[in-house]
Write a protein that binds this ligand. Structure first.
Ligand code: NI
Length: 172
């Protein structure tokens, strides 16, 4: 089932999400729903707080649809265990901040540990777009958005435009 995606500004997008301590069927269902929602958007990553669920859970798939088979990843309690000193700049966007994009600098490579859909511990090194995406999504679990990396003026401008968009969408 597709979920609706919260739009910035929303207090739920600014909160720290607690760790998942028991992988229930409803959490697995949430993860499947999030993948469906992400692919439909379309997007390459989605974090649980973006659909109003305050759990440390992210989903991602950075494979370009026309280049290879999809690689949907479900990560419960994802944790960055190592980061490269070398950095990378990507123009980032966010499904909660549609139509706004900005360059963000992050470590080029990160090693991430997580629990998969079956609760099995996984660990992998990501680079390129995958590294940027997984860091962006983990940030969401700590109440951090990509616009928090921008200069205050730019961030305020985007936030004001989003407030206007939300008012327009709320109109009957
Ligand atoms: Ni995002």
């Amino acid at each position: 089932m597709k979920r609706s995606i919260l739009l910035h500004p929303d207090p739920r997008l600014k909160k720290l999400c607690p760790a998942v301590d028991d992988l229930s069927d409803s959490l697995r269902q949430l993860a499947d729903d999030m993948l469906e929602t992400m692919y439909a958007a379309p997007g390459i990553g989605l974090a649980a707080p973006q659909v109003g669920e305050m759990n440390r859970l992210i989903v991602l798939d950075c494979v370009k649809p026309d280049e290879a088979a999809p690689r949907p990843l479900i990560m419960f309690n994802p944790e960055i265990v190592a980061s490269s000193d070398e950095t990378n700049v990507y123009e980032e966007g966010c499904l909660s901040i549609p139509e706004h994009y900005a360059d963000v600098t992050r470590p080029k490579e990160v090693e991430v540990a997580w629990l998969d859909r079956d609760g099995k511990a996984q660990q992998e090194v990501f680079d390129g777009l995958w590294a940027t995406c997984v860091q962006h999504e983990i940030d969401h679990l700590d109440g951090k958005l990509f616009i928090d990396y921008l200069k205050p003026l730019r961030r305020q401008l985007i936030t004001r435009k989003m407030q206007k968009l939300k008012r327009e969408r709320a109109r009957p």
